[in-house]
Ligand binder design. Structure first.
Ligand code: HAS
Ligand code: HEM
Ligand code: CU
Length: 573
């Protein structure tokens, strides 16, 4: 367990055994729902990789029974992996951690109600997705028009995540009231900062879906403005990638060092990184819209510079993560400038998964900076380069980290021992290798001009695609799909065998691997450094974030409202 940061008081009851057991079960429900979604999503991925290898499997009658088109499959893949898997895992993870860190008793009825709401939203949205009535891809850009049931389900799902946010912030504020003058413990700090960021971020999507898309798809308005909808979408759509990333960072900062045998570098630095993410994550969405007409160039440039700014906390994280890994390896007798790397506990699947996830993110992050540069953007925008970029960010940095976390979290929550640690270790190497190959093949094809979201292997396009002479990257991409398929089988074999095993050990035998810090923040604000004191008021920082978003989005959105276009919907599938 995390060392309990606070003694329970009458005003703020601590966790009792019954609540803890219910909380563990809830966290397990969130995590397992997430990984079921990922399992379905990941089955479709290799078919898409084959497409980008020039092999079209979408005409096979057996597959046709399940999915009607490449685009129905791609919609399911994007929604299940990027939206459902992430949100469910994160909601469980970022409720469990702060509650354990603060040792406060949450209202479990509310927490279960939130989980059930999120699941109801998911099941609602699943109906039109599976029946091919919402083949609008995971970005659901209008004027593509899906069934209203899809938008309603998605809205309920996102609303449920905001309820989790509310519960965590509420518990943190109660803790603050009961412990005046105390520094928020660092795991809670990271979780609350991430949730508050997500609240500011979600506003765009909520307005888009509730005010524009739902009434429109119900036939209540005669059209919808695609440019305004896209702008609101990317208000949320960029920071959502940090909503996927920061929970992985929580693990890299707080737990990975202990798993590797070392310490977190600095609590102050960690808090600075998260405070920066809170303030700078949102006002950057136009870097997805450089090609959109009717948005002033000057605003695109401002968003570009803010994008470079929000890369800074990731660079801080790279420094900090490398420092704590080096600290760990040297403590285990590592020597040399880079020779210490060999002394990391590479036999541990959970640690290995996360370090490999970090390595993939060096390339993912570098690619992101290329994407954000307006001078490069026209070369890679809407090409296969982009899926190359995000499979080594969300598809590896996030996903492989969560897989690695599962290797200790499931034993921790259930008391069941991890089944075949060797298979677990193999699965993470296969995933890493597969995704690095995938990224290589897709970035390469993108540079050659192969579009994303294109069934390039279909007969109608085959001649053009063949004429591009991309044999090598096509082969790499197809092979990566097969490697990733193997990785998924290995991973899920371990996960299901662990979950379904009957033998239950003492759950205390797998504690939360909380790390010590080389430089701690201290207990009281009075004795803390200026950095710690200034990063403490998270609500004030949220207010600053909100003001900044209004400043850089107000002048972009106002002319769109003044010149609202009613564009009728289209169903292209
Ligand atoms: Fe991105 C498009 C720019 C990060 C996800 N991105 C996407 C899309 C997704 C996505 C899903 O500016 C596609 C959306 C769509 O469907 O259209 N991205 C960036 C930038 C960053 C960035 C500047 N992206 C992410 C993350 C994602 C993600 C994180 C998910 C989790 N992205 C863009 C742009 C586009 C875009 C444009 C639009 C492109 C277009 O034209 O459509 C930055 O946040 C990246 C900063 C990261 C770093 C790396 C730090 C490295 C670390 C690891 C250190 C490793 C160590 C290991 C220490 C600077 C922290 C040591 C190991 C030892 C063994 C010692
Ligand atoms: C799109 C393959 C796992 C998220 C794609 C595309 C391919 C692919 C080839 C591009 C399709 C196109 O642009 O036409 C794979 C393979 C995987 C895998 C082989 C592993 C088995 C994942 C994971 C995530 C993810 C783990 C996220 C957690 C996405 C998203 C899209 C996508 C968001 C974009 C969908 C769209 O454009 O609407 N995938 N993927 N994928 N993938 Fe994956
Ligand atoms: Cu972005």
């Amino acid at each position: 367990a995390l060392p309990s940061q606070s003694a329970p008081s009458a005003a703020l009851p601590g966790l009792d055994a019954a609540t803890l057991s219910s909380l563990k079960k809830l966290t397990q429900y969130y995590a397992v729902t997430a990984f079921v979604a990922l399992m379905i999503g990941v089955l479709l991925g290799p078919l898409q990789a084959l497409n980008y290898g020039g092999v079209n499997v979408y005409d096979y009658p057996l597959l046709k029974v399940l999915i009607k088109s490449y685009y129905q499959g791609l919609t399911l893949h994007g929604v299940l992996n990027a939206l459902v898997f992430t949100q469910f895992f994160i909601s469980g993870w970022m409720l469990y951690l702060p509650v354990r860190d603060l040792n406060v008793r949450p209202n479990m009825r509310f927490a279960w109600f939130t989980y059930l709401t999120m699941t109801a939203g998911l099941l609602t949205a699943a109906v039109p997705l599976l029946t091919n009535n919402a083949t609008v891809l995971y970005t659901f850009y209008p004027p593509l028009e899906g069934s209203p049931v899809f938008y309603i389900g998605a809205a309920v799902m996102v609303a449920a995540s905001l309820l989790v946010a509310g519960q965590v912030v509420w518990l943190w504020l109660a803790w603050k009231r009961a412990h005046p003058g105390r520094v928020t413990p660092v795991v809670t700090y990271m979780s609350v900062a991430t949730w508050l960021m997500w609240v500011v971020a979600a506003l765009g999507l909520v307005v888009e879906v509730v005010v524009m898309l739902i009434p429109w798809s119900l036939g209540l308005t005669r059209g919808v403005d695609p440019l305004l909808a896209r702008t609101l979408f990317w208000w949320t759509g960029h920071p959502i990638v940090y909503f996927w990333l920061l929970p992985a960072y929580i693990s890299w900062y707080a737990f990975l060092p202990r798993q590797a045998g070392g310490r977190m570098a600095s609590e102050g630095l960690t808090r600075l990184a998260f405070a920066m993410f809170l303030v700078f994550s949102v006002p950057v969405g136009l870097h997805h819209q450089y090609a959109d007409p009717n948005v002033q160039n000057s605003w695109k440039i401002i968003h570009m510079f803010l994008t470079f700014l929000v890369a800074v906390p990731s660079l801080l994280t790279a420094f900090s993560a490398a420092a704590s890994l080096e600290d760990a390896a040297r403590a285990r007798g590592g020597r040399g400038l880079i020779g210490w790397v060999r002394r990391l506990p590479w036999g541990n699947a959970s640690m290995t998964a996360q370090v490999l996830a970090m390595i993939s993110f060096i390339f993912g992050g570098a690619g992101g900076i290329v994407n954000a540069s307006m001078a490069f953007s026209p070369v890679i925008h809407n090409t296969a380069w982009i899926p190359g970029h995000f499979h080594i960010t969300v598809g590896t940095a996030t996903t492989l980290t969560f897989m690695g976390v599962m290797f200790w979290l499931v034993p921790h929550l259930t008391g069941k021992r991890l089944a075949s640690p060797r298979t677990a270790l193999a699965s993470v190497w296969w995933w890493f290798t597969g995704m690095m190959l995938f990224a290589l093949g897709m970035h390469w094809q993108g540079l050659a001009g192969v579009p994303r979201r294109a069934q390039v292997s279909a007969s109608a396009q085959q001649a053009v695609y063949d004429a591009m002479h991309l044999g090598v990257p096509k082969a790499i991409t197809a092979a990566s799909g097969i490697v990733l398929f193997v990785a998924a089988i290995l991973f899920y074999a371990v996960l299901w065998r662990t979950l379904l095993s009957r033998r239950v050990d003492d759950p205390e035998s797998t504690p939360i691997p909380t790390s010590e810090a080389i430089s701690a923040a201290g207990e009281t604000l009075a004795g803390a450094s200026p950095l710690v004191r200034r990063t403490e008021p998270l609500l004030a920082l949220t207010f600053v974030a909100l003001v900044l978003v209004i400043l850089v989005y107000g002048p972009v959105i106002a002319p769109m409202l003044a010149n609202y276009q009613f564009i009728p919907g289209q169903r292209l599938w």
